[in-house]
Design a protein around this ligand. Structure first.
Ligand SMILES: NC(=O)c1ccc[n+]([C@@H]2O[C@H](COP(=O)([O-])OP(=O)(O)OC[C@H]3O[C@@H](n4cnc5c(N)ncnc54)[C@H](OP(=O)(O)O)[C@@H]3O)[C@@H](O)[C@H]2O)c1
Length: 190
């Protein structure tokens, strides 16, 4: 199950997992865009793929997606929390609008928490459950504080980077709480 899989990195991840033999559920907040993505993958010859409507910021949509997936399968092997937004630019720590922070955190952090918690029971049925949170190196406290980092003097994207730093910490705490299970929980920078 990949969130935000109707285009870009989520879509390409879907194609790559299909190539590896996975059965893939494309999460898409717009069913229409999801169906277009599905059509494209089917035209490439992939058959083990379906769309599930999923807006990660809408708890009702998350619950409905979980219920729909539960009708299709008893077990989920991999959850890729790919959905992410950058928010409006520019993003200065000095004056970025609070509403910008709230919007971005709603998708990049609360969306991941909500989807992860909703799908955890299906993941637990897998012998090797995997959760992949798509983050970014701009959310790394170590890199952003290191003057030798190649992007140290680049725009720091106060809003987006804060949300990915928070996502990284959620990933660490989630991995810790699942440490005595077969889960592997990772944050990645695509
Ligand atoms: N691109 C990069 O260079 C880069 C670098 C580092 C990290 N990342 C991370 O990689 C991930 C994917 O990035 P991308 O470049 O592929 O982004 P993108 O092209 O903007 O695609 C984002 C995907 O997320 C979906 N989405 C947005 N809000 C959603 C919501 N509320 N519920 C469900 N889906 C939603 C979008 O759906 P719609 O089509 O409906 O908008 C789209 O499918 C993000 O987490 C991003 O932060 C990207």
């Amino acid at each position: 199950m990949i969130t935000g899989a109707n285009k870009s990195i989520g879509f390409v991840s879907a194609r790559q997992l299909l190539q590896k033999g996975y059965y893939v559920y494309l999460g898409s907040r717009s069913l229409e865009n999801g169906l277009n993505a599905l059509k494209e993958l089917k035209s490439e010859g992939f058959t083990n793929v379906e769309v599930i409507q999923l807006d990660v910021t809408d708890q009702q949509s998350v619950n409905a997606a979980r219920a729909e997936l539960g009708k299709k399968t008893d077990v989920l092997y991999v959850l890729i929390n790919n959905t992410g937004i950058s928010g409006t630019l520019p993003q200065s720590a000095l004056d970025a609008d609070i509403s910008n922070f709230k919007n971005v955190f709603d998708t990049n952090l609360y969306g991941v928490v909500s989807v992860t918690q909703a799908f955890l029971d299906l993941l637990r049925k897998s012998p090797e459950p995997r959760i992949v949170n798509v983050s970014s190196s701009v959310g790394s406290l170590s890199l952003q504080s290191n003057p030798d980092w190649q992007f140290y003097h680049y725009a720091k994207f106060a809003v987006y980077a804060s949300s990915k730093a928070a996502l990284n910490m959620y990933t660490v705490t989630l991995a810790y709480e699942l440490r005595d299970t077969a889960f592997k929980v990772n944050a990645i920078d695509p």
